[in-house]
Design a binder for this molecule. Structure first.
Ligand code: SAM
Ligand code: SF4
Length: 443
């Protein structure tokens, strides 16, 4: 390769976003320079998502589109979940691709780069049994104030609809020592907020003799000097234990927000989804949080139209969201995924019916959010400032509960507030964000 420049585009979840930060760090360490457009790059990488079928189609469309526009002489790499899922078939579907690698093989990225540079036109990294987490000292972080830290990779659950165990491999926890070192280094470098990441953070188990569980790790990270906020995602209800609520109650650095995906409010659907909990068991976990001393914000994921979901099952989901009163919800129409056990299930729900159900669900949830956000009018919330919307003359902040709170600050003048923490009085509320004003000094 003559020009060592690369461009990377990322689809999908926070795990993918963070993987891309690590890939960027590794490439820069290997002598590559990052550029802002595929046109300017010698190496073009797409970090892909395959959680739902549209995400996958988007990648092939993007690859094709770009090849036609300006692909001559460039090296294309498909990495992430579609790479793992489709493997060498990608070379057939898109012959201009030279590298196909799943996330469990990123530890071998430097070797793969050497092969590419030697002119090898078909390089693959598709093994799932890396046995280790992708732990690189070269991570390039996109946000100067908030950083992701992977604590566990892969997933050992087998939810009937989900492709993740096939694309990200089995669970591998990082040692607590390595997580603590990374968190302390981040705090030393001026980061004040970190987010612990994993498909199921609750099943974290320190592989070193210290043997920390997730609640212990969370509490210890939340005790590192310099850190003001610690978040985590995602929690699986089956492994969500009461100790997690107890450490949140005791340690104010731990954000009072828990994303606890329920998927369905019907125990029979949950059983067929192989989620390993009933509605009652899920609600017990909600009770722990509602009884906590701190006001814990709860958010969730729901799938509508899972095979065999009856109108009564759907009504049970609507009843559950009314009972829990989530602060935010990601709702998805069930989509068939390769290799998953739900593929063979009967009673597929028609697309129009899934659309009808998701619309009803989102409408109900919107009303809940308007109600809950309106309850906050008049209260004072501490925000971490994330940026500024010049068009609206507002700063963009985020509360510990993970709400967006856009605000004006009469005395800030030209002072840059991004990265600072300050109290803001809530004056208005919409379904997805709050508006407020602050005259208080910056903390
Ligand atoms: N590990 C997390 C968990 O167990 O909740 C999240 C996994 S996934 C990246 C995020 C969400 O995508 C899931 O919670 C689920 O609601 C949704 N999802 C996963 N597979 C899906 C499918 N086949 N069809 C529709 N939604 C799906
Ligand atoms: Fe997928 Fe279930 Fe694992 Fe979450 S817990 S990643 S939904 S298999």
């Amino acid at each position: 390769m003559t020009e060592k420049t690369f461009y990377i585009e990322t689809f999908g979840c926070q795990m993918n976003a963070h993987d891309s930060e690590k890939v960027v760090g590794t490439l820069v360490h290997s002598g590559y320079a990052q550029v802002e457009s595929p046109e300017a790059a010698g190496l073009v990488l797409y970090n892909t998502c395959s959680i739902r079928d549209k995400a996958e189609q988007k990648v092939f469309h993007r690859l094709d589109q770009f090849k036609r526009a300006a692909g001559k002489g460039k090296i294309f790499a498909v990495i992430g979940c579609v790479a793992q899922q489709e493997g060498e078939r990608i070379f057939e579907k898109a012959p201009h691709v030279s590298l196909v690698a799943g996330s469990a093989s990123y530890t071998k990225l430097p070797e793969m780069l050497v092969q590419l540079e030697a002119g090898n036109r078909r390089v693959t990294g598709l093994s799932l049994d890396s046995g280790e987490a992708f732990d690189t000292p070269f991570t390039r972080r996109d946000n100067p104030h908030r950083a992701y830290i992977t604590i566990i990779e892969g997933c050992d659950k087998s939810c009937a609809y989900c492709v993740v165990p096939f694309t990200r491999g089995p669970e591998r926890s990082r040692t607590s020592e390595s997580v603590m070192r990374e968190a302390a280094e981040l705090a030393g470098a001026g980061y004040t907020e970190v987010q612990l990441l994993g498909q199921n953070v609750n099943s974290y188990r320190d592989p070193s003799p210290a043997g920390w569980d997730f609640a212990t790790l969370l509490d210890r990270v939340g005790s590192i000097p310099g850190l003001r906020r610690v978040r985590f995602t995602t929690s699986h209800p089956r492994d969500f234990v009461k100790e997690i609520v107890e450490v949140i109650d005791e340690n104010p650095v731990l954000c009072n927000h828990v994303h606890l995906p329920v998927q369905s409010g019907s125990s029979s659907v949950l059983e067929r989804m192989q989620r390993l909990y009933t509605r009652g068991e899920y609600m017990r976990r909600i009770e722990w949080m509602k009884k906590a001393r701190r006001n814990i914000s709860i958010t969730s994921d729901i799938i509508v139209g899972f095979p065999g979901e009856t109108e009564a099952d759907f009504q049970a989901t609507l009843g559950l969201i009314e009972e829990v009163e989530y602060d935010s919800l990601f709702a998805f129409k069930y989509s068939q995924r390769p290799n998953t056990s739900a593929l063979d299930m009967e009673d597929k729900i028609l697309e129009e019916e899934k659309t009808r159900r998701i619309q009803i669900l989102l409408e109900k949830q919107r009303a809940i959010q308007i109600r809950r956000n309106s309850d906050l009018i008049g209260t004072v919330e501490e925000v971490h400032v994330e940026g500024r919307n010049d068009a609206l003359g507002q700063w963009i902040g985020r509360t510990s509960q993970n709400r967006t709170l856009n605000f004006t600050h009469r005395e800030a003048g030209g002072e840059p507030l991004t990265g600072k923490y300050l109290p803001v009085r809530v004056t208005r509320a919409g379904p997805n964000s709050l508006v407020g004003e602050s005259t208080m000094s910056v903390v």
